[in-house]
Design a protein around this ligand. Structure first.
Ligand SMILES: Cc1cc2nc3c(=O)[nH]c(=O)nc-3n(C[C@H](O)[C@H](O)[C@H](O)COP(=O)(O)OP(=O)(O)OC[C@H]3O[C@@H](n4cnc5c(N)ncnc54)[C@H](O)[C@@H]3O)c2cc1C
Length: 382
């Protein structure tokens, strides 16, 4: 067992950390105010290789893989987690296209997703309930030379900044009479597509979360992704293997951001004539934050390493996501405790970490749903 990151991964961490401080930190205040993603950042993210981390060089990516991606998203998310989620969902559009796409689809869409033209969307959730995927109402009808899609998606990250969207819609019934779903690649320029409301969120401010509206939306026949009826398989695999580790990496980033800020504040804040870092109660809080951060990071690196090795890792991904996002919230809460009243003042970032950590918990599937999966695994295996 080797816990040492390679030189390449250490270098990546350093360059992404510098990039995040230089290019993203100055944008955070505006992102918090407007809730809008800073579009010029897309090309800068391309320049440093972030857009193509899980895409092969053949299609313009660098194929560095999932552990590298975890490190990159973690570092970005210590600055603003909003850019972390925008990037991680972008990869949720790239990965299924490369995994299930035809040669034509890969050649047409992947270079556009890696060259900084646009961020990708991967949208499954509908107002009828994100946890209940079988309750999806959006339909796609075969009209001979094209598909006609009707319905409404919600909570789509990057909605208002994307030209390439992977979506899942109902296309009939399977052999057992259960609803069957298929995946499609949709461009917002297609007739019958429009953007709906843009959510005004408490956290991840600066990452778009919006509605996608399909009213007799005409989608070319060749934009079916994978085979007819494979939509649920494609959607769930993308959530499990790309979405959950992406959210876990954001959680890890938030844990360490809380640790850094809390430790710095504790060293600087003087009470009773001494820094509060001398108080054992404060040291215990810092120890708890540190322990939660390390546990989350190790689970996440293991899951992503397994993904890179081609090992089955759905359970490990779910575990990493549950632990990292829940730990992020606890770490931010303790960092706020250490800040006392200053935690309520907007210029101190710990209040943002708390809001972002809270929003990270349902994103990519709620903790309760993760526990349903892990509980079943535990009953069967232990
Ligand atoms: C910031 C943000 C970004 C997002 N980005 C995307 C995106 O890019 N693409 C996308 O498709 N979706 C996205 N989502 C949606 C996200 O996946 C859903 O919010 C999530 O799956 C939960 O669905 P819901 O909000 O409809 O809650 P519901 O499914 O309505 O759940 C309500 C409650 O019921 C509980 N519950 C549900 N089922 C069970 C069960 N079986 N057992 C026990 N309890 C249960 C839940 O845990 C929760 O407490 C995003 C969400 C957020 C907040």
């Amino acid at each position: 067992m080797d816990f040492k990151l390679s030189e390449r991964e250490e270098l990546l961490r350093k360059s992404i950390a510098e990039f995040a401080q230089r290019e993203i930190a100055p944008l955070v205040e505006e992102m918090e105010k407007t809730g809008e993603f800073p579009r010029p950042l897309i090309k800068k993210m391309r320049d440093i290789g972030l857009l193509g981390l899980v895409t092969s060089p053949e299609y313009g990516g660098n194929g560095m893989g999932f552990l590298a991606r975890a490190i990159a998203i973690e570092e970005i998310s210590t600055v603003p987690a909003a850019v972390g989620i925008a990037l991680q969902v972008h990869h949720m559009a790239c990965w299924p296209i490369e995994t299930w796409g035809t040669d034509e689809q890969k050649k047409k869409y992947l270079p556009r997703l890696t060259n900084g033209e646009t961020l990708g969307v991967c949208s499954i959730t509908e107002p009828s309930g994100g946890s209940d995927v079988f309750g999806m109402q959006t339909t796609a009808r075969d009209e001979g030379d094209h598909w006609v899609i009707n319905g409404r998606k919600c909570f789509a990250t990057n909605s208002h900044v994307s030209d390439i969207m992977v979506i899942v819609a109902k296309t009939g019934e399977d052999a057992k009479g259960r609803p069957a779903f298929s995946a499609f690649i949709v461009e917002p320029s297609y007739e019958g597509f429009s953007l709906g409301r843009e959510e005004n969120k408490m956290g991840f401010r600066g990452a778009f979360s919006g509605e996608l509206v399909f009213q007799d939306c005409k989608v070319p026949k060749e934009n079916l992704l994978g085979k007819l009826g494979e939509g649920l398989k494609i959607g769930l695999a993308t959530v499990n293997r790309v979405g959950r580790p992406g959210m876990a990496s954001i959680g890890v980033g938030l844990c360490y951001a809380s640790l850094e800020e809390a430790s710095k504040f504790a060293r600087e804040r003087v009470l009773y004539g001494k820094p509060i870092s001398n108080l054992q109660a404060i040291q215990f809080l810092l120890a708890d934050i540190y322990a939660l951060a390390e546990a989350a990071r190790l689970l996440n690196y293991r899951a992503n390493w397994m993904m890179d090795q081609g090992l089955p890792c759905d359970t490990e991904m779910t575990l990493a996501k549950l632990v990292a996002t829940e730990n992020a919230f606890q770490c931010a809460r303790m960092a706020c405790d250490i800040h006392g009243g200053y935690s309520c003042i907007l210029e101190y970032p710990v209040q943002r970490y708390l809001r972002d950590a809270w929003v990270s918990i349902p994103s990519g599937g709620t903790s309760q749903v993760a526990k349903v999966v892990l509980g079943r695994h535990a009953v069967k295996n232990f």
